[in-house]
Design a protein around this ligand. Structure first.
Ligand code: NAP
Length: 219
């Protein structure tokens, strides 16, 4: 994207920190949000990322951002977004990177929502004034911000109801280094993007690495 943008990231895990770090490196101002304003992981991330990095609650990060990322644990994302506040999300692009993985029944995790619904759609339904764009959830955090870490051609999917929001996110993805961006259409495509996770997890176990990605070869 041209110029510096204020971006709120909900989530202090590896995904929030990795995407946040890349955005700071690209010259954006980033606030990492958590359940608590003084989250230790966020504090460490702020210390490592300099003056453009800050931390706060989910609501602080959502209100700060012109664009907001959901990088929270998928089974509690709706809860986290409720704390972020619908008014703080209204009219904004909400990039949803989360996967609804349910670990309570052991490994491998199952999807807490699938087939005829998805987390992306649940978020869009509960926050109708936010412009939800699902992307980047089909790969490891390191690959999200450094596609060249996987050699050769490989792809990132994007979907959402708002065409302008998708175009802004595409621009951001290009600034991360993405070239093959496949637009799957409206937010109902989040079903397929999330249902990729069982095979992704199996591949990670088989290949013994998380640094891989999907490539769609076309005839
Ligand atoms: N790890 C990857 O490489 C990868 C790749 C693709 C997609 N994803 C998806 O990206 C998302 C983030 O993954 P992650 O591994 O970085 O972190 P994570 O451990 O899945 O999530 C961490 C975040 O969830 C929040 N959280 C946990 N319980 C909560 C609750 N009860 N209410 C509200 N918020 C709660 C935490 O809040 P606090 O800050 O307060 O602790 C923290 O900010 C997940 O949905 C994951 O499936 C991960």
């Amino acid at each position: 994207m041209d110029g510096s943008v204020r971006i709120g990231i909900l989530g202090t895990g590896v995904v929030g920190q990795t995407i946040g770090g890349k955005l700071v490196e690209l010259g954006h101002d980033v606030k990492l949000g958590s359940r608590t304003a003084t989250n230790e992981k966020a504090a460490k991330w702020v210390a490592q990322n300099g003056a453009r990095a800050s931390q706060g609650t989910f609501a602080d990060a959502a209100s700060f951002g012109e664009m907001v990322f959901n990088c929270t644990s998928g089974t509690v994302s709706l809860e986290a977004l409720r704390s972020a506040g619908s008014t703080n999300l209204a009219g904004k692009v909400l990039v949803d990177v989360a996967n609804p993985l349910e670990f309570s029944r052991g490994m491998p995790p199952t999807l807490s929502v699938s087939n005829s619904d998805s987390l992306g759609e649940q978020i869009q339904r509960e926050f109708p004034d936010a412009k939800v764009v699902k992307t980047l959830n089909t790969m490891n955090a390191g690959v999200m911000v450094d596609p060249s870490s996987v050699p050769g051609e490989h792809d990132v999917f994007i979907c959402g109801n708002d065409v302008d929001a998708k175009s802004r996110v595409r621009e951001l993805l290009r600034s991360f280094g993405w070239r093959n961006i496949i637009d799957l259409g409206d937010i109902s495509a989040a079903r397929g993007a999330e249902m990729v996770l069982p095979i992704w997890l199996r591949l990670m176990a088989t290949l013994k690495t998380a640094t891989f990605n999907f490539h769609i070869a076309r005839g």
